[in-house]
Design a protein around this ligand. Structure first.
Ligand SMILES: [Zn+2]
Length: 194
């Protein structure tokens, strides 16, 4: 059962999210693949959340050759069903061309960040991800990915594995905890129901 406002139940399982730029839904309980897609554990298997959402809303199971595309936002992390459409791999690659998606940095997802901002973000110790997201006017996952070096790889001062993290930075959810992990820090900024 959902206990907070930004939440949708898929077969009785609550998925909490933040509403990002363009109305994108950015899940709080998640594991993000390097390509930016969100995986959740679903019926014993890993499944991409946006695909699961699309199938659930439309009450269909798609064959594997049919892709679920981000038609509105081009943000692979988003699972807002109104931003999704089905299509072939060809459609998907056309979407990327139409959105002008480039392999790195300032071109990614029509990013509001710049190389300079990323360097600043990565060197701002003691700030929470939420504070950084507000400061730069971007989504939580955008900051998180930049910090981890999943995006902006070419900028080069990402937090390396094993390096000491700032005490106030919420811990990265390890892959094995992706089922049931909720970032309490992030959840505080969504409104409780009732
Ligand atoms: Zn979206």
């Amino acid at each position: 059962m959902c206990e907070y406002e930004n939440c949708i139940e898929i077969e009785n399982r609550p998925i909490y999210f933040l509403v990002g730029e363009n109305g994108c839904w950015l899940p709080l309980r998640h594991f993000i693949e390097p390509k930016g897609y969100v995986q959740i554990k679903w019926k014993g298997k890993l499944k991409r959340l946006h695909r699961l959402m699309y199938e659930f809303i439309n009450d269909i199971i798609l064959p594997s050759n049919i892709h679920v595309r981000h038609k509105v936002c081009d943000n692979p992390t988003c699972f807002n069903p109104f931003h999704l459409a089905q299509g072939t791999a060809y459609d998907n690659s056309q979407d990327k061309k139409d959105h002008g998606r480039q392999p790195m940095g300032e071109q990614i997802y029509n990013s509001k960040l710049t190389d300079a901002a990323v360097i600043e973000i990565r060197s701002s110790a003691g700030k929470t991800i939420k504070e950084l997201a507000d400061k730069y006017g971007v989504g939580i996952s955008c900051i998180r990915n930049a910090l981890k070096g999943k995006t902006w790889k070419h900028v080069g001062n990402a937090k390396k594995k094993g390096k000491k993290r700032s005490a106030r930075m919420p811990d990265k959810p390890p892959a094995k905890r992706n089922d049931g992990y909720i970032d309490k820090e992030l959840l505080k900024i969504t409104k409780p129901l009732n």
